[in-house]
Design a protein around this ligand. Structure first.
Ligand SMILES: [Zn+2]
Length: 107
């Protein structure tokens, strides 16, 4: 079978962002797991159970919250607003710098 090459490069797993619903390399997405009625970021992507993937972008987090995508994807009674707040807090307080920088392409 043939399939269009995903964004990024070949050889890596591809996941769908629960916010914008675009497929991207797993490495570019943030894995989130349910924890009680909230969510927890799983930076090592090793936590057991179902995981949801979202771009580390406030816009994608907001979309996921509006669609209650976390609860549906994780099949857990996740409070959408609370999940969004914790994720936005995570994005706002990035403990370690990433390779992402200003002007990283356009389009
Ligand atoms: Zn996204």
């Amino acid at each position: 079978m043939t399939e269009p090459a995903p964004v990024g490069g070949p050889g890596g797993p591809v996941r769908t962002c629960v916010g914008c619903r675009r497929r991207d390399a797993q490495d570019r997405l943030l894995r989130v797991v349910a924890e009680g009625t909230g969510v927890r970021v799983d930076p090592r992507r090793r936590a057991p159970g179902r995981g949801a993937y979202v771009h580390p972008d406030p816009a994608c987090v907001a979309l996921a919250v509006r669609k209650r995508a976390f609860g549906r994807t994780l099949r857990a009674p996740v409070d959408a607003a609370g999940a969004g707040e914790s994720l936005l807090a995570h994005l706002g307080t990035n403990p370690s710098g990433t390779a992402l920088g200003p002007g990283a392409g356009s389009g």
